[in-house]
Design a protein around this ligand. Structure first.
Ligand code: NAP
Length: 244
């Protein structure tokens, strides 16, 4: 641990599992204070107990990321506890791999709201704080499904392309105010993601997908750039996959 992020504050959505949890560990390992949110309270509580001994303070807010009140309450918890937000990691997300003709309007709404509406809500609440600071970094946990359209994942791809578009547009809107905005686009990652909804535990365990720590390493890199430098987009793939 080198305490590169001592005194800095990171707000991470979807921190109760997978990539969000790995990001929490990576940033806490560098001394950051954390503001965590997800729906599963017991997981956030145990992550707080695990990470506070590393030196940073950890606060969490339990809630559904699709609801505006969760974003409002989480940003308020961050400013009440720390008075600032240096990093927003828009990570909460869901998958449901289905062909279009098997996808209902309710399933479409669930993916759009979990992946896109939540990204809008948390960013909308955080940017005023960062404008006041004239500094901050916002990262969208998009996907290679936000760069290429994959068959059988049309709606999921829509949501992930939307996050990349949002990041590109906000980079142009916010750079002159000192705010960095980027998209991290991993290929498959070994987590609970989409289990029973296009993936199963055995298939994930036997796959050669990335580990969540691989992605967290890139998030940490983006959060430790010099003030001169910003990461706009990172595409990541396991060594086992070709680019085709
Ligand atoms: P995961 O293990 O399933 O974790 C998803 C996280 O999002 C959990 O903490 C979950 O918390 C939270 N979440 C989901 N729906 C939520 C809601 N309605 N309200 C609040 N929190 C919610 O998935 P992951 O693999 O870490 O994925 C994280 C992000 O990476 C997603 O945006 C995903 O699209 C992206 N990604 C994943 C992969 C992959 O192959 N795994 C690849 C590329 C990109 P609760 O259930 O406790 O609320």
């Amino acid at each position: 641990m080198s305490n590169k992020l001592q005194g800095k504050v990171a707000l991470i959505t979807g921190a109760s599992a997978g990539i969000g949890q790995a990001c929490a560990r990576a940033l806490a390992g560098e001394g950051a204070h954390l503001v965590l949110t997800a729906r599963r309270e017991e997981r956030l509580q145990s992550l707080k107990e695990e990470l506070e001994p590393l030196g940073g303070k950890v606060v969490f807010v339990t809630g559904d990321a699709r609801e505006e009140s969760t974003a409002v309450n989480t940003v308020k918890a961050a400013t009440d506890a720390f008075g600032r937000i240096d990093f927003l990691i828009n990570n909460a997300g869901a998958g449901n791999y289905k062909n279009l003709v098997d996808t209902s309007a309710e399933e479409y709404d669930e993916l759009m709201d979990t992946n896109v509406r939540s990204t809008f809500l948390f960013t909308r609440q955080t940017v005023p704080v960062m404008l006041e600071q004239k500094a901050g970094t916002i990262l969208m946990l998009s996907s290679m499904a936000g760069v290429y359209g994959f068959g059988g994942e049309a709606v999921y791809c829509m949501t992930k392309f939307a996050q990349v578009a949002f990041a590109q547009a906000l980079d142009r809107e916010l750079r002159e105010s000192g705010i960095k905005v980027g998209a991290i686009c991993p290929g498959g990652v070994k987590t609970e993601f989409a289990l029973g909804r296009g993936r199963n535990e055995e298939g994930v365990a036997q796959s050669e997908m990335l580990d969540p720590e691989d992605v967290a390493g890139v998030v940490l890199m983006a959060c430790t750039q010099s003030p001169r430098s910003r990461i706009i987009e990172v595409q990541m793939r396991t060594m086992a996959e070709s680019l085709a």
